[in-house]
Every structure is written in structure tokens, then in C-alpha cells.
Design a protein around this ligand. Structure first.
Ligand SMILES: Cc1ncc(COP(=O)(O)O)c(C=O)c1O
Ligand SMILES: N[C@@H](CCCC[NH3+])C(=O)O
Length: 448
């Protein structure tokens, strides 16, 4: 069957981040109204795996991982597993030479189970449990990121005599960035990190330096998520280098590493901005070298932690329409998933793209609101999106940019079961994560 590329408008946007497309690079419109990703028609995937269902384009994940490695060949690129993690994902990330950022014993154990090299793992968390810390030490993770003052002695006490655990201290540079208050972590007044301005960061560094079983290898900061612009990173670098110079003057120490976190935005709708790794390398890497030179500091090895940027654009969510109704001058298209597989519109007000796939239609597009099947009116997946006027039960709807923070944030709300994940590549599909069944859900309910 002949394949034609999906037409994608690319408007010019002001600012440093280029406009990005929402579908994976492999997406191709098929005659008859279907769309193929990784060479597999989406309706074929919906039939084979059922709906709702998540599709991950393996080549897209790998290409995105490689883009960061190519842009920053001397840096460490640690994929933030919170965006989406499963065994296949761990293997792809490992094979592409990336490190892995994890934030729980669960993510750590999954990575270890897949043979991911522990020295390439970075453990995060504002409230690491004893189990998180013990698992990290047992597996020998490369770095633990200290997020609070109390954690310093707690971690040191768990390190066996004669051993040393490498750590970073997460600092808050006072830079506001990120798409929503819930994901802005670069300013004081939220739960992550130790503020530079209040002196907590310097105090923590001093305490770590006083712990013989901890080896402080550098500072960490993560400004927030879905950041479209590179300016906040440049500002953060300036503030961090100032802090590094102060620590050198005060304690006579310099550090080999600097972890600037992740947060790089992706497009959820055509034309939205997404930072380019090459531009990041030039601007942020350039600023780091310049400021370190000015301060007479050695340039630390950079770590970046992209999550969404690598996984997000590789994923497509598939739903089947169950009902269409008019209410209060609006048309609602209700599908078989919802906020249990994608809580992001409800949590952060994110606007998505939706496309009808699998049948031709000449019906003019009308504004419709795609809602889920859950028991609350806020269970909206996409508000006022254009869909063909004849959309009807049985139709398949595809939502791009669904690869990050959907499956990883999926819940058991209303016991509908979390959706499966299938990988596509070279015209073939394989199941990575099976659908959560009623038996899985019932199996956890062990009391009366
Ligand atoms: C410490 C840390 N690193 C990396 C990330 C990844 O963020 P993103 O998926 O926005 O790149 C997060 C989440 O925001 C984070 O908390
Ligand atoms: N869950 C958020 C991102 C959180 C980033 C984690 N540090 C989102 O879906 O946008």
C-alpha cells in the first residue's frame, strides 16, 4: 500500500526553541484514512491489542536518545525514567549509551533486573525511603542526589565501613521555569532541593564534606518540566558557577560534575516549541565553559536528564469512541480511556491533538471535546479539538505526543485497568506491557 507523509504545518515561532511536529518521524498517512507509525497501521494495532492502547515507536526513542548524545558527546545523558519505563525502554536506553535517572527502589530494581550498569544510574527523590537508599547502596548506583539536609547523615549511616558513596547535592538556583506550577522546581517554596539564596545549599555541601563515607562529586539542579526556552538554563548556569566559586573559596574544593537536570519541552500541538539539543549544547554548554573560565574553575562534566523529550514524541495513544452526545452547545466524544491513562489535561490543563484514523471522511471538521469514561466531569482528554462532524461510536482516535507521563502516571481509578504498551518498528509490532486485567486488580484485594 502506498505511504504518504503526514502533512505537518511548521509555523515560525519567536524564541530560541524551534517549532516541532507532534507525530513520530515515521508517521505516514495511508489512503483510506489510516495512519501508520513504525510502518504499522494504527487501526491494525487497535484491533490487535485492543483499546485504549499505547504505541511506542522504538526508532523514535532511539533517535531522540542519540540526538542528545551527539549534541553533547562529552556529557552524560541520563534518561529520566519517570517519563516512561519498562524493560524494553531500559534496554534501548542502555544500548544507546545513556545513563538512567530513577527515583524509587522500584525503578532501580527494574533497571537492575535488565542488567543496566549500576554506575550509570542516578537516584533522585525528595523523600527517599530507607528501602530506596538501601537498594541504591546494594546495587552500587553511580550517584545519589541529596535533596534534604537530614538525608545526609541518614545515607552516610547506611554506607558500609570502608566504602564511599558518590553524591550530588540538589540545589535550587531561584530560576522560575516550567509549564505549570506543579512542575516548577527551580525556585524556593516548593518541596525539591536546597535553596541557594537561603544558604541551605551551602550548609548541605558543608555537611556532606564532613561525612567521610560520602564523596561529593558535584551539584545538581532541575528547573522544572516542559521548558520551551533555553534562557532559564543559561541563568541557572551563571548562578551555579557563582556558587561553585564560593565553595572553592570557602572550602578549597572543586567538583568534577554538574548535573543540570532535564525539563525540555515537546510539542503537544503542531507548531509548539521544543528545544533542540544542539542549541542547548551551544548555549548552555558555552555558558558553562565561559563562566568557569572567568571564575578560574575547571569545567565540570555536564549531565543532562531529558525524560519527556526522549519518550514523549515516540508515543501514540489509541482510543475507541464509545458515545457521542450534545450537551449545552458542545459535542462530547466519549472514549474507552481517560484520566486513568492520561491525567495530564486534568492536572496541568494540557491541550492535545486528536486525529480520527481508519476510515475516509469528507465531513467538515467541528470543535468537539474528547472525554474519558471515568466518573467525573473533569475527565477531559482534549477540549474543543477539530474532528470530522460524522465521528461515531466504533471510530478509532489517535493522540500523539503520548509517550511520556501517561503510562507512568496511569492509575487504577474506577478499576478499568491500565492499558497495554506495544512497540512498533520496521512494519512489525510487539507487546511490551500487557493490559492490566480485572484479575490483576482483584488479586491485590486480599482482605475482607
Ligand atoms: C530530577 C529530575 N530530572 C529529570 C526530570 C525529567 O524531566 P523532563 O521529563 O521534563 O525532561 C525530572 C522531572 O521533571 C526530574 O525531577
Ligand atoms: N508529570 C509531569 C512532569 C513531571 C516531571 C517530573 N519531575 C507532566 O506530566 O508534565
Amino acid at each position: 500500500m502506498p505511504l504518504v507523509p503526514v502533512p505537518v504545518p511548521l509555523p515560525d515561532l519567536p524564541g530560541s526553541a524551534p517549532a516541532a511536529v507532534v507525530w513520530p518521524a515515521s508517521a505516514q498517512a495511508l489512503p483510506g484514512g489510516d495512519l501508520a507509525v513504525g510502518g504499522v497501521p494504527l487501526t491494525e494495532l487497535a484491533d490487535r491489542f485492543g483499546t485504549p492502547c499505547y504505541v511506542v515507536d522504538e526508532d523514535e526513542v532511539r533517535a531522540r536518545a542519540r540526538a542528545w548524545r551527539a549534541a553533547l558527546p562529552d556529557a552524560e545523558v541520563a534518561y529520566a525514567g519517570k517519563a516512561f519505563l519498562c524493560r524494553a525502554m531500559v534496554h534501548w536506553i542502555e544500548e544507546e549509551g545513556l545513563s538512567l535517572d530513577v527515583c524509587s527502589a522500584g525503578e532501580l530494581e527494574l533497571a537492575a533486573h535488565c542488567g543496566f550498569p549500576a554506575e550509570r544510574i542516578v537516584l533522585h527523590g525528595n523523600a527517599k525511603s530507607p528501602e530506596d537508599l538501601r537498594t541504591a547502596l546494594r546495587l552500587g548506583v553511580g550517584r545519589v542526589v541529596i535533596d534534604s539536609t537530614g538525608e545526609i547523615a541518614r545515607l552516610a549511616a547506611l554506607v558500609p565501613a570502608g566504602a564511599r558513596q558518590r553524591v550530588l547535592v540538589r540545589v535550587v538556583p531561584g530560576v522560575a521555569a516550567g509549564a505549570h506550577a506543579a512542575v516548577r522546581t527551580g525556585v524556593a517554596g516548593q518541596k525539591f532541593g536546597l535553596p541557594v539564596a537561603g544558604g541551605e545549599a551551602e550548609d548541605a555541601v558543608e555537611r556532606v564534606l564532613g561525612q567521610p563515607r560520602l564523596e561529593l562529586v558535584g551539584l545538581h539542579c532541575h528547573l522544572g518540566s516542559q521548558i520551551t526556552d533555553l534562557d532559564p538554563y543559561v541563568t541557572a548556569v551563571r548562578r551555579l558557577v557563582t556558587l561553585l566559586a564560593r565553595l572553592r573559596d570557602k572550602h578549597g574544593v572543586t567538583f568534577p560534575e554538574l548535573d543540570l537536570g532535564g525539563g525540555f519541552a515537546i510539542a503537544y500541538r503542531d507548531g509548539e516549541a521544543s528545544p533542540d539539543p544542539g542549541a542547548y549544547a551551544r548555549r548552555v554548554g558555552g555558558e558553562l565553559a565561559l563562566r568557569c573560565g572567568e571564575a578560574d574553575l575547571p569545567v565540570p562534566r555536564l549531565t543532562v536528564e531529558p525524560g519527556r523529550w526522549i519518550a514523549g514524541p515516540a508515543g501514540v495513544a489509541l482510543y475507541r469512541v464509545l458515545a457521542v452526545k450534545r450537551s449545552g452547545n458542545r459535542t462530547f466524544v466519549a472514549v474507552d480511556g481517560g484520566m486513568s491513562d492520561n491525567p495530564r489535561p486534568a492536572l496541568y490543563g494540557v491541550r492535545y491533538t486528536v486525529r480520527l484514523v481508519g476510515r475516509p471522511t469528507a465531513a467538515p471538521a467541528r470543535a468537539m471535546t474528547v472525554v474519558g469514561r471515568h466518573c467525573e466531569a473533569g475527565d477531559v482528554l482534549a477540549e474543543d479539538v477539530p474532528l470530522p462532524g460524522d465521528v461515531r461510536p466504533g471510530d478509532v482516535l489517535a493522540v500523539p505526543a503520548a509517550g511520556a507521563y501517561h503510562v507512568s502516571m496511569a492509575s487504577a481509578y474506577n478499576l478499568v485497568g491500565r492499558p497495554p504498551v506495544a512497540a512498533v518498528r520496521d512494519g512489525r509490532a510487539r507487546l511490551l506491557v500487557r493490559r492490566e486485567t480485572l484479575d490483576d486488580l482483584r488479586g491485590r484485594d486480599v482482605g475482607v
